[in-house]
Design a binder for this molecule. Sequence first.
Ligand SMILES: NC(=O)c1ccc[n+]([C@@H]2O[C@H](COP(=O)([O-])OP(=O)(O)OC[C@H]3O[C@@H](n4cnc5c(N)ncnc54)[C@H](O)[C@@H]3O)[C@@H](O)[C@H]2O)c1
Length: 258
Amino acid sequence: MSQVALVTGAGGGIGAAVCTRLASLGYQMVVADVNGEAAQEVASSTGGIAVTADVSRLEDNRAMVAQALEAFGHLDLLVLNAGVRSEQSPDMPLDVALYRQINGINVDGVVFGIDAALPAMSDGGSIVVTASLAGLGPEQANPVYAMGKSAVLAYVRAMAGALAQRGISINALCPGFTDTAILGISKKLMRKQGFPLLTPDDVADAFQTVLTKAGTGEVWTLVPGRPAAPFTFPAVPTTLLPDGSAVELRPFLAPKER
Ligand SMILES: NC(=O)c1ccc[n+]([C@@H]2O[C@H](COP(=O)([O-])OP(=O)(O)OC[C@H]3O[C@@H](n4cnc5c(N)ncnc54)[C@H](O)[C@@H]3O)[C@@H](O)[C@H]2O)c1
């Protein structure tokens, strides 16, 4: 029985490259995008089905999973990749509607996608989230984008324990600047400055590495000139008790221990 993968934001750029890669590995593809025509094109070239879904809407996430089940009967891999750049620059007054729209896609799209897919995913399933290097470093030009990408990294790391109890792994990939439409006019400037860009295929290579090598709750980085690598977060300081002994912070109690 072929494995089934659902990729969001799959109508172009990194998502389309990941779909092509997964199809070449034998996956049956569910190609989801808010742009239905773009999704259809990728679905046609990968032999999959297209789903029009806006990931910022919980009901769309539920419907896309239902369509995957209707077509293939099961779901093994969920790639939460849909994302948008932030037009909210740090030097302009906060546009609340824009702020909510960006986070609706970049943050809710991950939280809602996981919530919608979990009931359909079985033991051995896997979730990969496309985050960004912007979520790891202070991306000063794009604080709202950086905040959203940091948020999903925290969510991936914090959800890993609970999902592991259901036999499902969850990891995140943080690519550097990649030659896709999301870069908008910055792409021209980067090219002019000779700034090296990743290709969507480079990211698909890294995605495949994460899929085959990562355990769970891991964050992997990809930058030009280096292979994909797991990122090590510094340890949280231990709590110092009055008697001088140190205790490690337990980030959460596993549901069994509550
Ligand atoms: N390109 C980069 O430099 C770069 C770097 C790091 C991380 N990323 C992340 O990679 C992911 C893919 O981006 P990309 O570079 O391929 O950009 P892209 O613009 O080429 O592709 C994004 C896709 O997401 C779709 N999309 C947008 N809003 C959506 C919504 N509400 N619901 C469903 N689909 C929606 C778009 O239609 C598009 O097909 C994003 O999460 C992005 O933040 C990109």
